[in-house]
Design a protein around this ligand. Structure first.
Ligand code: ADP
Ligand code: MG
Length: 366
């Protein structure tokens, strides 16, 4: 067998492990019990019991000796229980900061942040420790943070269970390994595993305390496309079969393409969202389509009525300064260049680039 064939076989094995492994009823039940236990959060009445994450005008300022960095600048986001969302955005847009706030790893500076009916601003240090242990699980790009290279897969997964409720340690660890398609590698040491395999172990560890919310920061950042797809299968399964709410930060465009709801961040805010179209709900149908065809794109409106208009659109209507003109017309809001002298003709004719919008505006005027 050539080297190449071997690799292909190994990769397809990775993808099929997960589909063939059966989730034991016990594991299923244990997740359901954990979920039922703690749902009476203090804010459930106000927020409704379907909300997992609610952020309003969330701000995070990092203070260093010389400067202050505004990492989150009034972020708005609502995630329902059982959702699976991806967050994308260029480097430095605040994605990791945001995930760290939700994960209770760091405290936000202002705004509102509720997770699973709890107000994260009001949590004491010990409540926060409890929250990190029981409500959220975390997966990073670099697993070194929560894996021990010289221990076996099984030993690695057993550790957090021992620190938790400490019951049926080995059985539960095996169940979790099975869940991520790694039961057959239980006795392998972590330093003998591929990046994708280590990442599966990291997911099993993050699940040790049956979190309701799984957060993953660039989980496929250092693996190839095939492995990334297999990891996505694992996440999808946790979401669909165990009901875990999942938030993945990624700049893996291929991964984002396959997720139902994709939130884009820009300058510390959520700027727009793409939602998969009904007809593409089955992920196997996505092949061969580009994201523009499979998802609808929306801009995010904040509480104060602010919207971020993409620079390309502003350029297309010739906006150079900081004024635009808003007009209500036939139940639509028209955005035109506010700097031009001749008012409502400002957008007419000149915007060859934005063909579609230009046409619909002219049609409306008639
Ligand atoms: P992303 O994950 O989208 O690349 P980050 O959340 O890591 O972005 O960073 C957002 C901004 O906050 C960046 O300007 C970054 O330099 C800054 N930042 C992040 N963490 C810290 C920190 N601990 N101290 C100071 N500045 C930070
Ligand atoms: Mg980051």
């Amino acid at each position: 067998m050539s080297e190449e064939t071997k690799n292909v076989d190994k990769a397809s094995l990775e993808a099929s492990d997960i589909r063939d492994s059966v989730i034991s009823q016990e594991l299923r039940d244990s997740f359901m019990q954990a979920y039922a236990k703690n749902t009476q959060g203090e804010l459930e009445d106000q927020l409704g019991d379907n909300v997992m994450i609610l952020c309003e005008n969330l701000v995070k300022i990092y203070k260093t000796k010389e400067t202050e960095v505004l990492a989150l600048q009034g972020l708005e986001l609502k995630v329902e229980k059982g959702e699976f969302i991806a967050i994308i955005g260029s480097s430095g847009s605040g994605k990791s900061t945001f995930l760290n706030m939700i994960g209770g790893l760091d405290r936000p500076s202002a705004g509102k942040l509720y997770v699973d009916g709890k107000d994260l601003f009001k949590m004491t240090e010990s409540q926060l420790v409890d929250y990190k242990k029981n409500t959220v699980g975390f997966v990073w790009q670099n697993n070194a943070r929560n894996l021990f290279p010289y221990l076996t897969a099984l030993q690695n997964v057993e550790l957090p269970i021992r620190f938790g409720d400490n019951k049926d340690v080995e059985k539960r660890a095996l169940d979790l390994l099975n869940l991520v398609g790694m039961a057959h590698k239980k006795d392998s040491k972590l330093n003998q595993m591929s990046g994708g395999e280590q990442q599966r172990i990291a997911i099993a560890i993050a699940l040790a305390n049956r979190p309701k919310l799984l957060l993953a920061d660039e989980p496929t950042g250092s693996v190839d496309q095939r492995t990334s797809d297999a990891l996505l299968d694992v996440f999808r399964r946790l979401n669909q079969e165990l009901g875990i709410t999942i938030v993945i930060v990624t700049h893996d465009i291929n991964l984002a393409k396959k997720v139902k709801r994709v939130v884009m961040m820009r300058d510390g805010k959520t700027s727009s969202e793409r939602i998969i179209k009904q007809e593409f709900a089955d992920p196997s149908l996505l092949k061969g389509f580009v994201e523009e065809e499979t998802h609808d794109e929306f801009a995010i409106l904040d509480r104060a009525g602010r919207v971020q208009i993409p620079r390309e659109m502003l350029d297309a209507i010739g906006v150079k300064g900081n004024r635009i003109r808003l007009q209500l017309e036939d139940g639509r809001i028209l955005v035109t260049n506010g700097e031009s002298e001749d008012g409502e003709d400002g957008d007419d004719g000149k915007d060859g680039k934005s063909g579609k919008e230009g046409k619909s505006r002219r049609k409306n005027k008639g």
